[in-house]
Design a protein around this ligand. Structure first.
Ligand code: HEC
Ligand code: HEC
Ligand code: HEC
Ligand code: HEC
Ligand code: HEC
Length: 443
């Protein structure tokens, strides 16, 4: 298949839902009335299966997935599979490993910051509180309760008890004593009364409101992305209240995010080796994805990560949220006419190219860090290193935008390459600026 060939590509995508066409044609033949009846019956059956006899009333503050599971056993069963470990893919998957050991450059990049203590490959939603509580970052540092926003399935209860500010201002390790091990769960994404998708996290609601978006008016397809954007986004803690904020006041591109931080005068930490005022980017999946070809075509996170599966003639959403490489037939073949091998190759080709460019940016960043360190050691005064440090900040923020994004470029291949291209250039400018400052200093 050749992506430059429009015809071949169109053929590859199932633009026309032929099954629907066949059903519609059948309706025309049997007459509209009978058709409507049939549609009703089918819908009732599907509803009956998806919302089987309501065995229990789910309370407003019920967070236990087992209780929700009494009414929705299919979704509960697949949700439980997020416990399954060990499915490693080339760049992701659910087999946890130390990313710091896999790529020692990360310790240099984040020198002096928590991420250089402990940083692992992510795994299933079941573990989101367990892994946070175990992390060297929460054990060795005093972090605010803000961290728990995206990591506990008890969130709706916590906010009811303490209010949002109460959560954010309590130290994480104190909150930890009050919550169990429950990870991402039903109540985070669903209204217990109607089972509609909902948003429970104030930070996303605030960030959308600031952009004039009222999520309660969002379409169903938009909600299939927004529920994930409660957590899979870049964030920071603002001011004394440690409020959780998404830096989207100017937009969600890497440049808009950088400008937001520059205007706010924010730094996550001072780089231990270069003294630069750094920003650490975390999991900007939503930001990267929403400028992609897939998003423009109306595809949502849930289409690939929670695809429909047929169980005994019923269509249900697969709640085993995981790498699509583990599940290519459901995740991609509903839209793409291509073999699993072909789809896998497409993904791995994009990821391999991203990784290749990313590594050359890392070489550039490494050289920049060394050059600034050499200038500092030779006694170049701070005021002559302001420019080099600003370039270091800008270059690394861009590299991190792609590194911290968990698809190794797949969510938006062109954007990943564009951002890395700028990062490479800025890293070399940082190096050059430091080399010049050193030369000027030494006469
Ligand atoms: C068109 C399909 C598609 C869409 C839509 C999509 N993803 Fe992905 N996602 C992928 C693929 C493919 C990977 C790479 C998996 C791998 O390397 O194992 C991935 C990787 C990930 C990972 C890392 C998985 C792992 O195994 O570590 C996360 C987290 C993720 N996506 C979240 C999201 C979120 C959140 C959205 C929406 C904002 C989204 N994805 C939209 C296909 C998709
Ligand atoms: C806006 C939501 C959000 C907030 C706030 C948040 N996280 Fe996370 N965290 C995530 C998501 C999404 C992942 C999975 C993707 C990834 O690992 O990049 C994750 C993964 C993790 C992991 C597992 C992977 C790793 O990094 O080793 C740890 C540990 C973790 N977070 C700790 C923390 C700590 C500590 C804080 C507070 C400083 C925090 N998180 C705040 C959303 C959040
Ligand atoms: C309440 C916060 C939250 C929400 C909502 C959320 N995630 Fe996550 N997600 C996390 C955290 C935290 C992790 C990492 C857990 C760990 O490593 O312990 C994670 C991990 C993942 C992974 C990696 C799984 C693996 O096996 O490697 C994928 C893929 C993913 N999320 C996709 C999604 C998608 C798609 C949505 C929306 C349908 C979504 N998430 C909604 C917080 C969230
Ligand atoms: C990370 C968010 C998230 C979590 C957590 C989650 N769901 Fe869902 N759920 C979804 C999405 C997305 C859909 C698809 C909704 C749509 O297309 O309108 C869905 C659909 C459903 C449906 C409608 C039928 C179907 O399968 O499409 C039921 C019932 C359901 N979920 C039950 C549960 C239960 C029970 C739990 C907890 C064990 C749970 N969900 C946890 C996101 C989530
Ligand atoms: C809900 C439908 C849908 C799903 C699911 C889906 N795609 Fe797509 N995909 C599209 C559409 C539509 C386009 C855009 C075609 C165009 O405009 O030329 C596209 C474009 C692409 C492209 C070319 C653009 C790019 O971003 O590089 C690749 C590669 C691709 N898809 C791979 C995949 C893979 C792999 C999966 C499964 C992980 C997947 N898609 C899942 C509908 C889908």
């Amino acid at each position: 298949m050749n992506s430059e060939n429009g015809k071949a590509r169109r053929g590859w995508i199932n633009r026309v839902p032929w099954r629907m066409v066949a059903i519609a044609a059948a309706f025309v033949v049997v007459g509209i009335g009978a058709g409507t009846l049939l549609a009703n019956v089918v819908e009732k059956q599907v509803e009956g299966e998806q919302f089987p006899a309501k065995l229990v009333d789910i309370g407003e503050l019920e967070v236990d997935p087992e209780v929700w599971g009494l009414n929705f056993p299919r979704q509960y069963d697949s949700y439980l599979r997020t416990q399954i470990d060990g499915n490693a893919t080339t760049y992701g998957g659910s087999a946890p490993f130390s990313k710091l050991d896999a790529k020692p450059f990360l310790r240099t990049a984040w020198a002096g910051y928590g991420f250089s203590l402990d940083y692992n490959e992510d795994r299933g939603h079941y573990y989101s509180q367990i892994d946070q509580a175990r992390s060297g970052r929460t054990n060795e540092l005093e972090l605010p309760g803000t961290c728990i926003n995206c990591h506990t399935g008890e969130f709706v209860q916590l906010i009811d008890e303490r209010g949002w500010e109460g959560i954010n201002t309590t130290p994480y390790n104190d909150l930890r004593e009050h919550v169990g091990d429950l990870g991402v769960t039903c109540a985070d994404c669903h209204d217990p009364d109607t089972m509609q998708l909902r948003l429970t996290r104030p930070a996303l609601i605030n960030a959308l409101t600031a952009q004039g978006i009222d999520w309660t008016e969002a379409s169903r397809q938009e909600m299939r992305t927004y529920v994930c954007a409660q957590c899979h986004v870049e964030y920071y803690f603002q001011g004394e209240t440690k409020e959780l904020v998404f830096p989207w006041s100017l937009g969600t591109s890497v440049e808009a995010i950088e400008q937001h931080y520059d205007e706010y005068g924010f730094q996550d930490w001072e780089h231990e080796i270069t003294g630069a005022p750094m920003i650490k980017i975390q999991h900007p999946e939503f930001e990267m994805f929403t400028s992609s070809t897939h998003f423009a075509a109306g595809v949502a996170c849930a289409d690939c990560h929670m695809p429909y599966v047929r169980e005994g003639g019923v269509k249900v959403s697969d709640h085993w949220v995981r790498s699509p490489l583990d599940n290519l037939n459901n995740a991609c073949q509903s839209c793409h006419r291509a073999s699993e091998e072909e789809l896998e190759t497409r993904i791995l080709t994009i990821q391999g190219r991203t990784k290749d460019l990313m590594e050359s940016v890392e070489d550039g960043l490494g050289d920049a860090i060394e050059a600034i360190a050499a200038a500092m050691e030779a006694g170049v005064p701070d005021e002559n290193l302001v420019e080099a440090r600003a370039f270091h900040r800008a270059a690394q923020l861009r590299w991190d935008f792609v590194d911290a994004e968990n698809s190794m470029g797949f969510h938006n291949p062109q954007e990943a390459v564009r951002v890395l291209g700028h990062a490479a250039d800025l890293a070399r400018q940082a190096e050059l600026s430091a080399v010049k400052a050193l030369a000027a200093h030494e006469g």
